[in-house]
Design a protein around this ligand. Sequence first.
Ligand code: IMP
Ligand code: MG
Length: 185
Amino acid sequence: MQKLQEILKKVLISEADLQSRIAELGAQITRDYAGEPVLMICILRGGVMFLTDLIRHIDLPVSIDFMAVSSYGAGRYESSGNVKITLDLNSNLAGQHVMIVEDIIDSGHTLSSVVAMLETRRPKSLKICTLLDKAERREVDVKVDYAGFVIPNEFVFGYGLDLDEYYRNLPYIGVVDLEKYHPES
Ligand code: IMP
Ligand code: MG
């Protein structure tokens, strides 16, 4: 396995910057929902770090649930419009304020499909909160209600985001050095 120092081009967002921005987002969400309960839905697996840190900064009656999706027919590091639920929610969304918590929006295919699927379950409201937004890569329109950081078009990893399933445990967001990184399979 390659060493992290070999494949990390640079730290894009430090742990301190992540944490202070997440605290701001939590405060903003707390104000916007004005005491109303909200169901926060984490999209596995990338959103898990962000969800657990974010909810600690939200002063509302919060409940959480998890779902996983996969998208077929795209490249190794790209998603397509063919999104399938591989792990569904346990909660009934009807009549609830629901917020989708995602690690990153890239083309927008994943989230626009998830939003369409969840809208059919009649939530009282449905909002999107993403930690990272690669805005210049957008191919389909998605209304992002909360975004932590708008980032340039580079492949990033850490803090929930994987590089071929590894490194989700890093406390910061790093940029991959694609000239030095050699996937093992
Ligand atoms: P979209 O459907 O193109 O918006 O892609 C969203 C999904 O692609 C995210 O949930 C991530 O799993 C993955 N993704 C997109 N860009 C990156 C990246 O730079 N690093 C790691 N995963 C990424
Ligand atoms: Mg991924």
